[in-house]
Design a protein around this ligand. Structure first.
Ligand SMILES: Cc1cc2nc3c(=O)[nH]c(=O)nc-3n(C[C@H](O)[C@H](O)[C@H](O)COP(=O)(O)OP(=O)(O)OC[C@H]3O[C@@H](n4cnc5c(N)ncnc54)[C@H](O)[C@@H]3O)c2cc1C
Length: 476
């Protein structure tokens, strides 16, 4: 029996789990996929929003600004890359200028520091590639960038290092409550019991809440499609560039990623499922919009496209509360943007203010919040590389040539918390397969290493869990 079970291994479930391990108790995270961070926390813009966008007084505004303030040290503790690159909201005409002024006022109400309006010449000095139509911009120096799945994986890994359990391939299908005990049953019949459950199931958070007996909200999907450019174009912009928002949303952005790529997108289209396929119309609309924001966008350096589905709820704000219907159930639901930014602040609130009223929290004196980041071999000096190879010669074998990832890094990802079990899991921990050739050259070797380290046949290794196995059998 667990004291607390968290449902959903995205950035919210992951940071909540880590926060729980600061206290004594038995904690477990249940995730329906074969790896964590496979929902919204896999595919998003990766922006640590400054906090000028949300309506003052809402959960979104409160947790965004708090999360933004926490993110730099939070990421440092977990060994996660974070860059405080600042953001610019571009204006094309006088109406946009008025919107930017009200956005500045809104941001100041939310507590966002140092917002300012810049004229075209000032914007050109810091971003020489802006489009001819840009007449002004609002700058938000506290905006930043982070890798969403890196943060989620690191938070969950650190929680596991501090004693929490992770059960992947556990799709919660039934929740029964007898007295003070919840019994959670998965689709394939696995059973887990808990005193408190925290629902962080993203797009499915309304369904999970309903399984427990609370049907007070509904979650819908809104797809965002992206185009990713190769690191060769990494210095095309340095700030995150947004366009002036309209009632339809924040619009598209052009930004660097923490790994030095350029990201273009996302679209915003309501969808009936969480299907993350991309479409020609979606990507074409991204291209048209970014071509107005910037001149000479290096589209020839496109290496891939992808999509994520935002989970927004009918209350138009984050739901972070003890269920009004089911004692012992906490809902963290409908956490769309800026949920990534808000995650550290949401997690702290959930544990300190909500869990503490359901379960006696005494500090865990052995908690260690520091996670040693991977070496990322390519970033080391020649001397450091040589030292590492002397200790373990697998660091001397480059497997992914585009991203310069070594066998040593891949083996580490397979054995550290949370363990990588698929090609996609290795890719998201080490960047093997994220480069220009998109795994064309290294996939077979990564597959071999996975099979060897996990002690299974190569036919059992999948891209992304059961049903996506790569090999079917031997031909010779
Ligand atoms: C296109 C897009 C752009 C965005 N851009 C930004 C941005 O730039 N900055 C920002 O701050 N935020 C951004 N966001 C929002 C941010 O991504 C989300 O707020 C955040 O990832 C939500 O995390 P989560 O853990 O609630 O949900 P998720 O990451 O979706 O995690 C939910 C998890 O629950 C699991 N699950 C579901 N049902 C079950 C079940 N029955 N049993 C077990 N497990 C289950 C899922 O598999 C999933 O892993 C963006 C979102 C999208 C989609």
């Amino acid at each position: 029996m667990y004291d607390v079970v968290v449902i959903g291994g995205g950035v919210i479930g992951g940071t909540v789990l880590r926060e729980l391990t600061k206290y004594q108790g038995n904690f477990c995270l249940l995730e329906k996929n074969d790896d964590v961070a496979m929902g919204q926390s896999r595919a998003n813009s990766g922006i640590v929003h400054a906090g000028f966008d949300a309506v003052p007084g809402t959960n979104k505004a409160k947790f965004n600004v708090l999360g933004n303030k926490m993110m730099q040290s939070y990421a440092k503790e977990l060994g996660v890359k974070y860059i405080n690159n600042g953001s610019l909201v571009l204006g094309y005409d006088q109406e946009d200028r008025r919107t930017l002024l009200s956005l500045k006022e809104r941001g100041e109400k939310n507590g966002v520091p140092d917002l300012a309006i810049l004229e075209r010449e000032q914007v050109l000095e810091i971003e020489p590639n802006i489009g001819d139509e840009v007449i002004c911009a609002m700058i938000a120096p506290t905006g930043g960038i982070i890798c969403p799945y890196e943060l989620s994986i690191a938070a969950i890994g650190n929680a596991m290092d501090n004693g929490a359990h992770l059960k992947c391939n556990f799709c919660v299908d039934k929740i029964q409550k007898d007295g003070d005990v919840f019994t959670l049953t998965s689709k394939d019949g696995q059973v887990v019991q808990a005193k408190v459950i925290i629902n962080c199931a993203g797009y499915y958070s309304d369904q999970v809440s309903a399984l427990a007996g609370d049907e007070t909200f509904q979650v819908e999907g809104r797809k965002g499609e992206y185009i990713l450019l190769d690191r060769e174009s990494g210095d095309f912009v340095s700030h995150t560039l947004f366009i002036t928002p309209t009632p339809a949303g924040k619009g598209v952005l052009v930004t660097q990623t923490v790994d030095g790529n350029i990201l273009l997108g996302p679209t915003s289209v309501e969808v009936p499922t969480d299907d993350t396929s991309t479409t020609q119309e979606g990507l074409q609309s991204v291209i048209e919009k970014v071509n107005r924001m910037c001149k000479g966008v290096p589209h020839y350096n496109t290496i891939t496209s992808f999509a994520g589905v935002r989970a927004y709820c009918d209350r138009h704000d984050f739901i972070i509360e003890k269920s009004p219907k089911v004692q012992g159930l906490i809902n963290c639901a409908g956490i769309e943007s800026p949920g990534l930014t808000s995650a550290p602040a949401i997690a702290k609130y959930v544990v300190e203010q909500l869990v503490s009223t359901l379960f006696n929290l005494s500090p865990n004196a052995n908690f260690n919040g520091v996670r040693t980041p991977d070496n990322f071999f390519k970033n080391l000096s020649t001397e450091q590389k040589n030292q590492l190879i002397k200790k373990d010669d697998r660091y001397g074998k480059i497997v992914c040539r585009c991203e310069q990832v070594t066998e040593g890094e891949i083996v580490r990802a397979i054995h550290e918390n949370p363990p990588a079990r698929s090609l996609s899991a290795v890719k998201r921990r080490t960047r093997a397969g994220m480069g220009r050739c998109q795994s064309g050259f290294c996939q077979a070797t990564v597959l071999e290493i996975l099979a060897r380290e996990l002690g299974v046949s190569m036919e059992e290794i999948a891209l992304n869990g059961k049903g996506s196995e790569i090999l079917v059998g031997k031909t010779k």
